[in-house]
Write a protein that binds this ligand. Sequence first.
Ligand code: CMP
Ligand code: MG
Ligand code: ZN
Length: 344
Amino acid sequence: MRLIMAQIYNVPTTKTFSEETPIPELGVETPQPEELRVELNPISGERPLTAITYRIFQERDLIRTFSIEPHKLLSYLFALEDSYQQVPYHNKLHRADVCQSMHVLLNSSGIKDVFNEFEILAAIFAAVVHDVHHPGLTNPFLIKTKSDLAILYNNESVLENHHIAVAFKLLQADERNIFSNLSAEQMETLRRRVVDMVLATDMAKHKTLLADFQNLLEAKKMSGNDYLTLESYDDRILVLKNMIHCADLSNMTKPLDTYSKWIDRLMVEFWKQGDAERDLGLDISPMCVRSPTTKDKHQIGFINSFVHPLWETWGSLVYPDANTILETLAQNREWHEASLAALT
Ligand code: CMP
Ligand code: MG
Ligand code: ZN
């Protein structure tokens, strides 16, 4: 297995920290520490993922709780940050954004005290690694071009399996093994949660994931509970899977100036895939067609089919926390509708 992975993924040569290396207070060296506490880029020296994750680990006291050695955490985060391909959307900034969103969602009312420290560690870790070493191409593209990754993972959640494999491969080096003080049993428990969460970010799982979530919430309502009680592993992980899915699909719920930057990055990535499909003589995926109306049409369809139903369900769980998010999402969709009307 190691041999196959070595062909698929090479660990980058990146700075590693040792016990002797001084650890910057905020994880990264910055001349503006006060600003970095509130603002991220470019003050983090192009290391948004390290800066945000280190801060969240500190704020949630995960470093002390799980006896994580700070130099190993920084070595791991640097390697993770350097394990990216030059892609416009699925890069370290997106992972930093999803990590930050997950951190916020974990604090939602109604569920704030539901998850234990171990589940929180797994949730934050899953968010940080969830798209690591993304090639900027979709699963259907990798499958139809019979890529090495699709062959390795038998066409099943190809990218998501790859992200998980890279994340755990980077942990194999002792100097990056942030979980070295966990017992084997704890490690297995953590690993199971991380794998389940990252696999849940495959859009092909969306329908089942959301239907199961809706059934769970309905059942909880029917049993007359005012607050969420989740006893079984399946119920707990189902909420965490939907939470990371929400965090992954949160760019459309952000104010327009932020959201429009994410779409522009995603469209450049999609158009590049469309060019590759054209060059290979394949049908161009609808969202990858270079046409003036593609962006608005795709966003409206994506919001209506996936994002709104997901966030509406999440909103019913954490009511009223997601009300502003749902309003922003509706405004963003209206903005696309107006833009499309002006074009047609
Ligand atoms: P990924 O981040 O791997 O998982 C969620 C997917 O949803 C993401 O890849 C994109 O393919 C898709 N996605 C995320 N945001 C948008 C968006 N604004 N418009 C269209 N598709 C999106
Ligand atoms: Mg993904
Ligand atoms: Zn993602």
